[in-house]
Design a protein around this ligand. Structure first.
Ligand code: LLP
Length: 407
């Protein structure tokens, strides 16, 4: 399946580590990350954009995988980081991210969060509403570079819950509102307007809406910085055919050449397409219930992967020690919901209780949307490199569930 390799004995290997060894050492479910795959996506993005538009940077949209080790690794690769709010900001700083490289987002940034960002020395704060301007005017003593987030009225072909650029979106400012904000910021002594930002949605599988978004922000005027957001879709199933990173960057840069000043800085904010393929979740089969359909139920599910329940996302899966297809099974989780499905009708080779199941392409948004429904414990994150594995986030304990309880 996408994002994995096969050992000589038919067993899945991730970052040089055999999955049976990983499961024995870290337990299941576990989110396993191939460090080399993560680095290679980061380089593909950074080198790909720099080759086409020299004055540019790639800011990882860290909501896709906000843990200290991921921040550290991507900062080591020279990436800037997009954070949404104080939590991601704190994690990014803990991961050693240079504050000057931070792009701070959020449609409801509180006064405290804005203060944290200003005091940390965040490189760019993205204005999403007029209250952001009022608050920053009060908080900033020296000078703070900002961008204005624009909602261009573009509705890409993706799930409604992850579409953000359409009319009526809660994010950003409409074009007339953005013009008013720009005028106000140009007159501000403490807020330095560096440019504009646009992000139209996520898991977008064609390039055309991205070009239209560039054209929409170009109409707002001449700026030093154009942040074009994220949104490139990733390949979850064999049928998915998302544009490559190269095709996506080509589209943006071609539109930028047509419409933006040649000396402007371009920023892009990929999240999903940066990290999704580097993650594989390992589960243990608890029971196989024969019938119509036959269910294979594992020890995790919608607590560690909400993509199916929330967005109808489809995943491939395999028995990790007998990779390959067979009869179709309903791969389901352990939670008390019929919607707790990992993959409906997925071909598996003779699955039995105790088998390991691998669900690939779980590096994006699975960790960040994981939850404790039914008192399930959130899995560890295991980084694998050259045959060495280490937990960069430990598994939760039953004690963690009560950590904030007061009898
Ligand atoms: N920039 C901004 C301002 C964003 O809001 C987002 C994602 C990104 C960049 C990165 O977009 P990406 O390259 O990952 O498509 N919870 C959903 C995804 C929501 C995405 C929200 N914003 C999911 O699990 O599918």
């Amino acid at each position: 399946p996408p994002g994995t390799a096969l050992g000589e004995d038919g067993e899945l290997v991730i970052g040089g580590c055999a999955v049976t060894d990983l499961a024995a050492r870290f337990g299941t479910p576990a989110l396993v990350v191939d460090e080399a795959a993560l680095r290679s996506r980061a380089r593909c993005y950074a080198d790909g954009l720099a080759a086409r538009w020299a004055n540019s940077r790639v800011a990882f949209a860290s909501k896709a995988f906000p843990c200290t080790a991921v921040y550290r690794l991507l900062a080591e690769e020279g990436l800037s980081i997009d954070v949404a709010g104080g939590g991601e900001l704190t994690l990014a700083l803990a991961g050693g991210v240079d504050p000057a490289s931070l792009v701070v987002h959020g449609n409801a940034k509180t006064e405290d969060e804005l203060r944290m960002a200003v005091e940390a020395g965040a490189g760019l704060i993205v204005i999403d509403n007029f209250d952001d301007i009022d608050r920053l005017e009060r908080l900033v003593t020296d000078e703070q570079p900002v961008l204005v987030r624009v909602t261009p009225g573009i509705r890409p072909d993706t799930h409604a819950a992850v579409s953000t650029g359409q009319e009526g979106s809660k994010f950003g400012l409409t074009l007339p509102q953005a013009r008013a904000a720009i005028a106000r910021l140009r007159a501000s002594s403490r807020l330095r307007l560096d440019g504009v930002h646009v992000h139209i949605g996520s898991q977008i599988l064609d390039t055309e809406p991205f070009a239209r978004a560039v054209e929409a922000v170009a109409g707002l005027g001449t700026f030093a910085v154009y942040d074009l957001g994220g949104g490139l879709g990733t390949r979850y199933t064999y049928e998915d055919r998302p544009p490559t990173i190269g095709e996506y960057v080509d589209t943006l840069v071609a539109a930028a050449h047509r419409t933006l000043p040649a000396d402007a800085q371009l920023i892009i904010e990929p999240g999903r397409s940066m990290v999704a393929q580097a993650g594989v979740t390992l589960y243990r089969v608890v029971t196989v219930k024969r019938g119509k359909p036959t269910f294979v139920a594992v020890d995790g599910g919608m607590g560690d992967n909400l993509e199916v329940a929330l967005y109808g996302q489809r995943f491939e899966a395999t028995v990790a020690t007998r990779v390959g297809g067979g009869e179709p099974y309903h791969l389901v989780g352990r939670h008390c919901e019929s919607g707790d499905v990992l993959s409906a009708g997925v071909p598996l080779r003779d699955p039995r209780p105790g088998d390991l199941i691998a669900v690939p392409v779980t590096g994006a948004y699975c960790f960040s949307l994981s939850n404790n429904y039914n008192g399930a414990l959130r899995p560890p994150v295991v980084f694998c490199r050259d045959g060495e594995a280490r937990a960069v986030v430990r598994r939760e304990t039953y004690g963690d569930l009560q950590r904030r309880d007061r009898p």
